[in-house]
Design a protein around this ligand. Structure first.
Ligand SMILES: O=C(O)C1=C[C@@H](OP(=O)(O)O)[C@@H](O)[C@H](O)C1
Ligand SMILES: C=C(OP(=O)(O)O)C(=O)O
Length: 423
């Protein structure tokens, strides 16, 4: 039974708390695939409790216990709503011995995968579309018989396709050279993949728009996962909307593999300072905002888009954003979801030539507001902090947060919010 969260904040809006965030689902899901490819030579520490990670971990454990049995009938592998699991497993299962039906939620069946599936077919994978051409579910019969080691792949739809291929590359007999066509979106996630591979001995060469990985062996080691910076972004939002704040986030690093750590620079323009502490970082109000925002390009940090756009709207800033194209194929069409929900506080988000502009001239805060989440964790978490400005914010289907940040509601309570559940 799905529940709604009634979120409110009574009294002085001064947030003073310490929040231990769970591990990054992006780092974890790479670490799990790398560990499986290395036959457990590579270990993983600080595994996230994000549902997307728990799901992938469960699938890989199950496959490991099953895989050497010569069963030829198709095994169904269901990733639910986990985009990284869908994309990474498409490549991983193609390289494995077995016959699989790789599927997910109804939304997952609308999230394109043709670019990755066709690239895998070029190198010899046996993949077909079980329902609609270019979309999950996929029939995969592995192991692939590698035909060539050079693939052209579009870079401007999802970086996850590229990460998926790069992770299996060292185990392919011919290795792999990816020639990226068009502008690479979400680039920090490709950097994360290569950095994590490098940590366990896998060398790469990135020259212009080509990335090459030769056949090579993993060396033993432990990938230690940092807490999730995308989850941290909601605490930046809370700091920005509160009257005063001192929020400590242990174990976040100054130099992170996660591109979403850019939130610390972006939020200086909203008057939030990030200080390094003995245990991690601390957020507080700066004396004055610094840095000019102008038009903010979010192409390298798409998962911050909802957080930043909601903060900007709530603070009544008429700003523009670019790099939002890929938001349309995520957990929901996030542009449409933002437009619909921001209208409830009188804000519009309109597009002209791929530039999205917020107009907050009619911004108003009703006493109560009800936000739809469209099966998207980030809709829930980006809008919940508005409870610092609105008496009661009702977030529909509160369980969506499980995908990346299952303790979100508990953490809000810890920080002084009231969160009541309603059926
Ligand atoms: O590789 C990853 O871990 C991710 C890459 C990004 O997707 P796109 O590359 O599709 O933008 C991001 O939105 C997603 O949450 C996680
Ligand atoms: C887009 C996201 O996830 P995925 O693509 O892995 O489903 C996200 O977590 O915001």
């Amino acid at each position: 039974m799905s529940k709604n969260a009634l979120v409110s904040f009574k009294g002085t809006k001064n947030i003073n708390t310490e929040i231990q965030l769970t591990g990054s689902k992006s780092e974890c899901n790479r670490a799990l695939i790398i560990s499986a490819l290395s036959k457990k030579l590579v270990k993983v520490e600080n595994l996230s409790n994000a549902a997307d990670t728990v799901t992938l971990d469960g699938i890989l454990n199950h496959l490991e216990n099953d895989l050497d049995v010569e069963i030829q009938e198709s095994k169904t592998v269901d990733v639910g709503p986990a985009g990284t699991a869908m994309r990474f497993l498409s490549a991983y299962l193609s390289a494995k011995n077995g016959n699989f039906l790789l599927t997910g939620t109804e939304r997952m069946k609308q999230r394109p995968i043709g670019i990755l599936a066709e690239a895998l077919k070029t190198i010899g994978a046996n993949i077909s579309y079980a329902e609609n051409e270019g979309f999950p579910p996929l029939n995969i019969v592995g192991p692939l018989n590698q035909q060539n080691g050079h693939v052209k792949i579009k870079g401007d739809v999802s970086s996850q396709y590229i990460s998926a291929l790069l992770m299996i590359a060292p185990k392919l007999p011919l290795g792999l050279t990816l020639e990226i066509e068009g502008e690479l979106t979400s680039k920090p996630y490709v950097d994360m993949t290569l950095d994590m591979l490098a940590e366990v001995g896998i060398a790469n060469a990135w020259d212009g728009n080509s990335i090459s990985i030769k056949p090579q062996n993993f060396k033993s080691g432990t990938l230690i996962v940092e807490p999730d910076w995308s989850a941290a972004s909601y605490w930046y939002s809370i700091a920005a909307l509160a009257d005063d704040a001192e929020i400590s986030l242990p174990a976040l690093k100054d130099k992170s593999l996660q591109g979403d750590s850019q939130i610390k620079q972006i939020m200086t323009a909203f008057g939030i300072a990030t200080t390094k502490t003995n245990t991690g970082i601390s957020l507080s109000k700066a004396k004055a905002p610094s840095g000019l925002l102008g038009v903010l390009d979010l192409k390298t940090c798409p998962d911050l888009a909802q957080t930043i756009i909601v903060i900007t709207a709530a603070l009544g800033k008429n700003m523009s954003f670019t790099g939002l194209e890929t938001l349309k194929i995520k957990e929901t069409n996030r542009v449409l979801a933002l437009q619909t929900e921001l209208a409830k506080i009188g804000v519009t988000l309109t597009e002209d030539n791929l530039v999205y502009t917020l107009n907050t001239d009619k911004l108003h805060f009703p006493e109560k507001i009800k936000i739809s989440t469209y099966e998207d964790h980030r809709m829930a978490m980006a809008f919940a902090p508005l409870a610092l400005l609105i008496d009661e914010v009702e977030i529909e289907e509160m369980q969506v947060v499980e995908k990346s940040y299952p303790y979100f509601w508990e953490d809000l309570k810890k920080a002084g919010f009231s969160v009541r559940e309603q059926e």
